[in-house]
Design a protein around this ligand. Structure first.
Ligand code: TRH
Length: 386
């Protein structure tokens, strides 16, 4: 047990692809600065992606401050060698060598964390908080796993998030204003509002066809990206139907995207951060998992589904599982049409059980919220355990 709590944190993020790496890193940095009182520097190699999530970011600036976080572009050779008390690398991105060498020269040595990817798989509990001595330098890195159980690091959740969500969902005026601001129009009260955030290849057209055939009023809303492109293509090709409205909108800032999830009745999300935000939105959701080699993602998907549907009766659990299965299989190019589980059937089953699944989503979100958020767990681990 070390005497001194840390006051400075350096967080390193390298953008591999998509938004998630920097989305999670920014969210952690903001929470550490605003809620844990740390002086936070976020080092990112590619500012353009962060600029999409936070339009306030000036991608031409090497150093800038936003919401109490100092955002610094990683430049090679790396010359920022005043090492923080705690160093957090996200997703095994490896801080610059020069910085690691400087860490080894520090007395006392900085605490070093590798923030891992989120998974609901059981093995995570056994790997969480494990040390990993550096092969050459007098440094030890600890693995920190987000997760859904008490034996993991928990989930990112801003202190005010759920109160802001409840306020927004309870305030018809606020929701109408939100819709007007992104669509210029307010959905009719009986319309099923569905948000779409997908990877390329997701069966968006098939879903639009299912919704159109259902004949019930439906709004499909897709921020700029793969889903919006597919929805535009379908809208142009398909015979217009009064019951369905396809809406493509600009990519939203991260906090506005939360509002979209709160304002919709059903959210299709992907990756990691939107997957977690959909759970905090306390609305039914469908997760398109990031595809991994040899289908490893299917194990990860089933592990989460087993936890998520545990509180549901067999029929409701089957409705959730079959739509997730149809949606993720639909995104797999090499699956023959004949064996693709019917998206239409799965869609109809889930929509028919929407009310009960909304109650379940609320219970699930509330059960996750009984645990401390990942920012608090990580600060406690760094300051009081290491
Ligand atoms: O972009 P992603 O697919 O990122 C993924 C994950 O990080 C995954 O772990 C990793 O393996 C893979 O990349 C390589 O999905 P994710 O994690 O949901 O991040 C998307 C972020 O974009 C999230 O913070 C929500 C945000 N977003 C907006 O801010 N505005 C928008 O309009 C939309 C659609 C998303």
């Amino acid at each position: 047990m070390r005497a001194m709590a840390t006051s400075t944190w350096d967080i390193f993020c390298r953008v591999v692809d998509n938004f998630g790496d920097v989305a999670v890193s920014w969210r952690l940095a903001r929470i550490a600065a605003r809620e844990q009182g740390k002086r936070v520097r976020l080092f990112v190699d590619d500012l353009t992606v962060l600029g999409k999530l936070r339009p306030e970011i000036d991608t031409a600036q090497d150093i800038q401050k936003l919401e109490g976080v100092e955002v610094i572009r990683i430049r090679e050779p790396f010359d920022c060698l005043d090492v923080a008390d705690a160093v957090i690398e996200t997703f095994g991105c490896d801080p610059p060598e020069e910085y690691v060498a400087a860490m080894a020269r520090c007395e006392p040595r900085p605490r070093w964390i590798n923030l891992e990817y989120l998974s609901a798989e059981e093995w995570v509990e056994g790997s969480h908080a494990l040390p990993s001595p550096h092969p050459r330098l007098p440094l030890t890195k600890h693995f920190f796993f987000p997760g859904f159980t008490a034996k993991t690091g928990g989930l990112l959740r801003e202190r005010s998030l759920l109160a802001r969500r409840d306020e927004f969902q309870a305030d018809e005026g606020a929701r109408a204003a939100f819709w007007k601001s992104i669509v210029g129009d307010v959905p009719p009260p009986d319309a099923l509002k569905v948000s779409l955030f997908t990877y390329v290849g997701a069966p968006v057209e098939s879903l639009a066809r299912c919704a159109a055939h259902s004949g019930s009023p439906t709004w499909l809303i897709a921020p700029e990206g793969q889903a919006a492109t597919a929805l535009d293509a379908w809208r142009l090709a398909a015979r217009a139907r009064d019951s369905i409205r396809c809406v493509t909108i600009p990519f939203l800032s991260q906090d506005r995207y939360d509002q979209l999830l709160w304002a919709c009745d059903l959210n299709f999300v992907r990756g990691e951060d939107s997957f977690v935000r959909a759970q905090w939105a306390a609305r039914p959701f469908v997760w398109l998992i990031y595809p991994q080699d040899e289908g490893a993602h299917w194990v990860k998907l089933s592990a989460f589904l087993a936890r998520y549907t545990a509180g549901l009766d067999r029929q409701h659990a089957a409705a959730v599982t079959s739509l997730w299965d149809a949606w993720n299989r639909g995104a797999e190019p090499d699956i023959a049409e004949t064996v693709r589980p019917s998206l239409a059937e799965a869609w109809a089953q889930l929509v028919a059980r929407r009310e009960a699944l909304t109650e379940h989503a609320k219970v699930w979100s509330a059960s996750l919220a009984t645990r401390r958020d990942l920012g608090a767990e990580l600060a406690d681990f760094i300051d009081n355990v290491l």
